[in-house]
Write a protein that binds this ligand. Structure first.
Ligand SMILES: [Zn+2]
Length: 487
């Protein structure tokens, strides 16, 4: 998965594992390639997704994401987006054509966090540097497509690669031509081939639908038997299929890709297969040209898994120090997260947890009626710690008995509260000047542990025995509780 969560912001780009980014609220999709949509399905029901207009069409048609959750933004126009619930804090985002595949864009984010350029996948071209959103701007952080960030990755322009493909086709006038492609990308190459060879390009209905969605000129046909050039999936081009196709009629396959540049080519000894270095990503030289013009203060690579040659250092393509001499010195100025944004980013209680909370509370009240006095045990953070940690909610448990408090609470300070009080105080900022501490309270229904580590001051964990519901407002804590159950 090639995405990123922008630190100290509610922004996530091409990142769809919402459990792993509980603070993200605003989601962006750079383009529709599978390694950028991993985890994004028709069941997406979380937050609005911002992308280009073409990507919106593809996203709703191909992945069936609900249209009302997707906003297609225009290119080159700064758009204001709220960074909190009330619109007190905003940012602008500007989309720029990434020259990669239909609908692919770069994002330029500007806000309290500075100015960020997120390239997504892109193929460098001179016009990129002329866009007003980029030209002359100082970027604090550049998230860079480092797919071919290695001196070995040298390949021709797409125009030259197209010429090579057309020459191969013209040199095989009696052959059927099979072109192996992934589901999206290189549509322009197909169009150029159709025009140069004056020939329809055959393809399956799904790819044909894609061509229509992205607005390609109509040079394609689903009647694959009516033309000698057709598109198949990249994976279909293998020795077995080549032999099969050639047993019926003379056939050659063309793979327009730079995957094997600088490394070993698995098709090297496969007859009738031509691998042409046609790339929708920037070469190493192009990346250098781009970075030297942008001169960002910091670079973060966005691709972490690469197809490497045998002698290549696994970390070589993510090492951005290679651009050090082309960057501006990093700024000592630190930004702080505005309070309203911090509140916006606070983890939400999921609906199902809310329901369980409600059910458990009812259960607790019923139990209260049976018992003489309903008590719980809760460790409390100090006021300073509350403010310092911006502690907005806390866990609670269904404890009835007040025994095992003083003697077994360790260093912690415990407070007995009844069911109603706990219910009222749930998820409210704590107002108590007692000192917090760590400790364990055993109870006939479970154990409460106050985690007093620096990043979790005030967190109260309850580990309940089997059969008792858990009342925890944050999924993160549920996960931690699960781990702690082993304890
Ligand atoms: Zn891509």
């Amino acid at each position: 998965m090639n995405g990123a969560v922008i630190p100290n912001t509610p922004i996530a780009v091409d990142f769809w594992r919402v459990r792993r980014c509980p603070h993200s609220r605003i989601f962006f999709l750079s383009h529709m390639h599978a390694d950028h949509t991993a985890g994004l399905t028709s069941s997406w029901n979380s937050y609005t997704i911002y992308c280009s207009v073409i990507t919106k069409k593809l996203l709703t048609a191909k992945l069936h994401v609900k249209s009302e959750l997707v906003v297609g933004l225009p290119l080159y126009e700064p758009v204001t987006i709220n960074l909190d619930e009330v619109g007190r804090e905003t940012m602008t985002v500007t989309l720029v054509d990434a020259n990669h595949c239909p609908g692919s864009v770069m994002f330029i984010f500007e806000g309290y966090f500075g100015r960020i350029l997120y390239t997504g996948d892109f193929r460098f071209c001179d016009r990129l540097l002329k866009y007003s959103a980029i030209k002359g701007k100082q970027f604090d952080t550049l998230y860079l497509d480092n797919t071919y960030c290695h001196p070995k990755c040298f390949f021709p322009t797409r125009s030259n690669a197209t010429t090579t493909v057309v020459e191969i086709i013209r040199n095989h006038p009696q052959h059927t031509i099979v072109i192996g492609l992934h589901s999206l990308g290189k549509e322009t190459l197909l169009y150029d081939i159709a025009v140069a060879c004056k020939c329809w390009i055959g393809m399956d209905p799904s790819r044909s639908e894609t061509m229509e969605l992205v607005g390609m000129p109509q040079v394609f046909t689903c009647d694959v038997d009516s033309t000698r050039i057709r598109v198949v999936s990249f994976q279909e081009v293998n020795k077995r299929n080549i032999d099969l196709w050639n047993s019926k009629e003379p056939t050659i396959a063309i793979l327009p890709t730079c995957l094997y540049v600088g490394g070993s080519n698995p098709y090297e000894n496969v007859p009738n297969v031509f691998v042409v270095p046609y790339s929708d990503h920037s070469s190493f030289e192009e990346l250098k040209a781009f970075v030297s013009d942008i001169r960002p203060r910091k670079i973060i690579p966005i691709v972490h898994k690469h197809r490497l040659s045998a002698d290549e250092n696994p970390n070589s393509r993510v090492n951005m120090n290679i651009f050090q001499s082309l960057m501006e010195p990093s700024s000592s100025q630190k930004f702080s997260v505005p309070p309203s944004v911090e509140c916006f980013m606070a983890p939400e209680m999921k609906q199902d947890v809310k329901k369980r909370m409600k059910a458990t509370t009812k259960l607790g009240i019923r139990k209260v009626a049976k018992s003489r006095k309903a008590c719980g045990v809760v460790f409390l953070p100090s006021q300073e710690e509350c403010e310092e940690q911006k502690f907005c909610g806390w866990a609670n448990g269904d404890f009835e008995d007040k025994e095992n408090t003083d003697s077994e609470r360790g260093d912690g300070v415990a407070k007995e509260i009844d069911i109603q009080e706990r219910h009222d105080s749930m998820f409210s900022p704590m107002k108590n000047d007692r000192e917090s501490g760590s400790g364990v309270v055993a109870d006939n229904k479970g154990v409460a542990i106050n985690d007093n580590s620096r990043d979790k001051v005030g967190s109260v964990y309850f580990i309940l025995k089997e059969g008792f519901e858990l009342m925890v407002p944050e999924r993160k804590r549920v996960i931690e509780l699960t781990k702690m159950k082993k304890y």
